[in-house]
Design a protein around this ligand. Structure first.
Ligand SMILES: [Zn+2]
Length: 311
């Protein structure tokens, strides 16, 4: 069976594996993401070398590599232009993998990789266009159009979390103000809860602490969640109205910590978009996790499922 080397490069850890054309995932290797580039690349090379050194029986040696990564990938997918949590700004990772391991390499933003994985294997298989919104530390978005991840003219499409929700409002991690992410991103919710409620949470998945405080009657926690709910609902409504997707996939750590938000968003979209938008719209939970990114990154190479490659 044919295979592709796939990677999920995240801000705290990276995961590498072989992906077979039946979507099976083999020989998984984990690497902690460190800030020093030389140390990072050393661990990166060792993990890939270990995988390629022990290709399982029944699997062909991989003929390409695909990586889903945080950060901005210029058109062509050869380098990571800006990677906030990886020591790879401007580094030609595609050339690096090709010269070290002889594998033609494709890089893909991890939101797009996730969306492509959801499109191929998730709960909304084949829904086209497919819109995925991930309420994690930040707001991740992935759009699949015509079976391919949509990148826009310069591979920068989709940053709807950094559009304005409240003019002149709260500061956003990107440096702007009043953006959706400053209200319904996981980092924004927990940082605001620390400052205004005294709750010490650790990440998007810890939003549950804020939910429990609100349920216990804490007025400041209630205000934070009311703002977050309105921002998340409006964001989904706007994105669905713009794209008219066949399915909306919702995922991310904020929803894990605050499960009721999922149905609230779905009800809001049904009630606030036209019948032509919501009439045929399917709602689906995200598969989530790293496997969706590995599948999407593998697909982006165009080797296993030729219709699904990135541009
Ligand atoms: Zn922003």
């Amino acid at each position: 069976m044919r295979s592709v080397l796939a990677g999920d490069l995240g801000g705290t850890k990276c995961r590498f594996a072989l992906v077979g054309e039946d979507f099976s995932v083999h020989r998984v290797q984990h690497v902690a993401t460190v800030r020093d580039r030389a140390a990072f690349l050393d661990a990166f090379d060792r993990a890939i070398g270990s995988i390629l050194g022990q290709v399982p029986d029944g699997l062909d040696r991989p003929t390409a590599a695909g990586f889903g990564t945080a950060g901005v990938i210029p058109v062509g997918g050869r380098a990571i232009d800006r990677a906030p949590n990886l020591p790879l700004d401007g580094f030609p990772l595609g050339e690096h993998v090709e010269s070290r391991f002889g594998l033609p390499t494709t890089l893909l933003n991890d939101g797009r990789a996730s969306a492509l994985g959801e499109f191929l294997r998730g709960h909304a298989v084949g829904a086209d266009p497919l819109l995925c919104l991930f309420f994690g530390t930040g707001i991740g978005i992935g759009v699949v159009v015509g079976g391919r991840p949509y990148g826009g003219a310069t591979n920068a499409a989709g940053e709807i979390g950094h559009t304005t929700f409240v003019p002149g409002g709260r500061p956003c991690p990107c440096g702007g103000t009043g953006h959706f992410e400053a209200y319904c991103g996981g980092r924004a919710i927990v940082e605001r809860a620390a400052a205004e409620v005294g709750i010490h949470a650790e990440g998007a998945w810890d939003v549950g602490k804020v939910v429990r405080a609100a349920e216990a009657g804490n007025p400041a926690a209630r205000v934070i969640l009311t703002d977050a709910r309105l921002a998340a609902c409006t964001l989904a409504e706007n994105a669905c109205t713009l794209l008219n997707p066949g399915a909306l996939v919702l995922g991310g750590g904020v929803l894990s910590g605050w499960p009721a938000l999922r149905s609230t968003i779905e009800e809001h979209v049904r009630a606030n978009t036209g019948a032509a938008i919501h009439g045929g719209l399917r709602f689906a939970p995200s598969l989530g996790g790293s496997d969706a990114i590995l599948w999407g990154a593998a697909a982006a190479t165009g080797v296993l499922w030729p219709g699904a490659n990135a541009r």
